[in-house]
Write a protein that binds this ligand. Structure first.
Ligand code: NAD
Ligand code: MG
Length: 391
């Protein structure tokens, strides 16, 4: 029986993970569930899964969960330290990192330092801390398995016995696919009128609001490009981004003998999560089988950096190196948050990120403090710019 800590239990990835746990009660049991402030959902999940610990972001949410779980065996905690503790506890075998954004970095690193098997959905953590994160994985013998569908697809297409973090041999390109989101065909002149509701309505995937907006700007693909560079030890020039509107092929790997391997399946996150949960075994996921006759067509197009400037910005941040990627990520998180709150226009997301990259100077990554400091500086810079825009 494997003990699982699920960071971000109340989210979209959290829900898919718990669906898989319910299907395999003989293999997995929940050690800890964590969430931000969704008290009712956390209580419901605790009653269902009876975890040893429930961790909320703040004390007042935790107090409300405690009251509602009175007499139940789950111990309720709050705050960052508790989050990192349940990710590193000796009794835990698997940590699913499914918190959204930079706040997921510390607990995920804590699981890495405890040498856990980590199922990484929280791409922002790896984008921010890339080299340092991967060094810690090696140093502490952690097993890092990608849950992001594209990276899980690439992992499945790499040679048997491949270890994440090492350079794969015999490959010439990684082809990272993306649907192009809801605005793949939107006339360029209409981009500044896009509303949050339109941006979060993804045609193929059902995801949290932040990653849905990232998919609409294609910053999601930019972050994934950086994520892939760190996971598979390749350069950004080794990766081509290919628009594939059906989201059936989840990414491909090209080899030097001319072979190109793809991983396919219905767009349902339970497939990559099940793959990483059971790896190197395979378990049932409940995902609808792929019916190629019904899909009938697979289309591919070039990803246009004029339409999606975030792709260009992400490549540039990776090339620049150091804390540029933490700055890119922080600026994006702030811009998306403000777009969702109707404070800035859709087109201002990319503009703000570009401005932040130009004005907040990146440094070499010496330690975690440097990364966190530049994450903070970038957020402050965006905040000031947004105040200016509002005047
Ligand atoms: P979501 O918004 O649905 O859920 C986010 C989770 O993080 C929630 O449980 C929330 O309580 C928790 N959280 C948010 N802020 C927090 C804070 N300050 N402190 C503690 N916990 C906090 O997001 P999601 O779509 O499930 O995405 C989660 C991560 O997985 C993201 O990094 C995303 O990029 C990645 N991802 C998601 C999908 C998908 O299909 N949803 C696919 C690939 C990768
Ligand atoms: Mg993805």
């Amino acid at each position: 029986m494997l003990q699982l800590t699920l960071l971000g239990a109340t989210g979209s990835i959290g829900g898919s993970t718990l669906d898989l746990v319910s299907r395999h009660p003989d293999r997995y049991s929940i050690y800890a569930l964590t969430a931000n402030t969704n008290v009712d959902e956390m209580v419901r999940l605790c009653l269902l899964f009876q975890p040893r610990f429930a961790v909320m972001a703040d004390a007042s949410s935790a107090d409300r969960v405690k009251v509602l779980l009175d007499g139940k065996p789950t111990k309720v905690l709050s705050g960052e330290t508790a989050l990192s503790e349940v990710a590193a506890d000796v009794e835990v075998d698997i940590v699913v990192a499914a918190i959204v954004g930079a706040v997921g970095l510390m607990p995920t690193l804590s699981a890495v330092k405890a040498g856990k098997r980590i199922l990484l959905a929280n791409k922002e953590a790896l984008v921010m801390a890339g080299s340092l994160f991967m060094d810690e994985v090696t140093e502490h013998g952690a097993t890092l398995l990608p849950v992001d569908s594209e990276h899980n697809a690439i992992f499945q297409c790499l040679p048997a016995g491949y270890t994440v973090g090492t350079k794969p041999s015999g490959i010439t390109k990684i082809l990272l696919t993306g649907s192009g989101g809801p605005f793949r065909e939107l006339p360029l002149g209409d981009f500044d009128k896009v509303t949050p509701q339109q941006a979060i309505a993804h045609p193929n995937w059902d995801m949290g609001p932040k990653i849905s907006v990232d998919s609409a700007t294609m910053m999601n693909k930019g972050l994934e490009l950086i994520e892939a560079c760190w996971l598979f030890d390749v350069d950004e020039t080794d990766i081509d981004i290919v628009l594939h509107k059906q989201s059936i092929i989840h990414s491909l790997v090209a080899y030097n003998d001319g072979s190109v391997l793809a991983q396919m399946g219905m767009p349902d996150m339970r497939t990559p999560i099940a793959n990483a949960l059971a790896w190197p075994e395979r378990i049932k996921s409940g995902v609808e089988p792929l019916d190629l006759i019904r899909v009938s067509q697979l289309n591919f197009e070039v990803a246009d950096e004029n339409r999606f400037p975030c792709l260009r910005l992400a490549r540039a941040a990776f090339r620049q190196g150091g804390t540029s990627m933490a700055i890119l990520n922080a600026a994006n998180e702030m811009a998306v948050e403000n777009f969702l709150a109707n404070r800035i226009k859709f087109t201002e997301i990319a503009e703000l990120i570009e401005k932040t990259l130009e004005n907040v100077e990146a440094q070499a990554v010496d330690d975690l403090q440097t990364i966190l400091a530049d994450n903070f500086r970038a957020r402050e810079y965006v905040q000031q710019q947004i105040k200016r825009l509002a005047i």
